[in-house]
Design a protein around this ligand. Structure first.
Ligand SMILES: [Fe+2]
Length: 127
């Protein structure tokens, strides 16, 4: 998929070349921070920020905003956070998550004009 055309409204937008992101991706993809390892049944923090890569922030207006971000462990949806235009600032969410097994965490964010964007996968080891 080429991002030279910008975005896909009806399909998943998923960057393949993270070293050369266009501005459209820099402001839409969710970035997730998690520890590399955790312990089974012990909660840990998952910090999510949508956009803002290299300072390219997404707009936050009544006509154009990030509506939600979802967190998956593999194919399982484990949390979803909604943002409201103009009143939620920065598209940031911190979630407490508990896992029992190793997982690949995936985040997806939805822009009302530019569709769904998937962030970089994060593998987490559960000891
Ligand atoms: Fe957008």
């Amino acid at each position: 998929m080429s991002f030279n055309k910008g975005f896909l409204l009806t399909e998943l937008n998923k960057p393949t070349d993270w070293d050369n992101l266009p501005d459209m991706a820099k402001k839409h993809v969710p970035i997730v921070e998690v520890p590399e390892k955790t312990k089974a049944k012990e909660p840990f923090a998952v910090k999510i920020k949508v956009g803002g890569i290299d300072g390219v922030e997404h707009p936050n207006t009544l006509g154009h905003w990030i509506n939600w971000v979802e967190l998956y462990a593999g194919k399982r949806l484990i949390s979803k956070v909604e943002f409201l235009p103009e009143v939620t600032d920065g598209y940031v969410a911190t979630l407490n998550v508990t896992l029992n097994d190793n997982a690949t965490l995936i985040t997806r964010a939805f822009c009302n004009l530019h569709g769904v964007w998937e962030g970089k996968e994060k593998k987490i080891v559960v000891e």
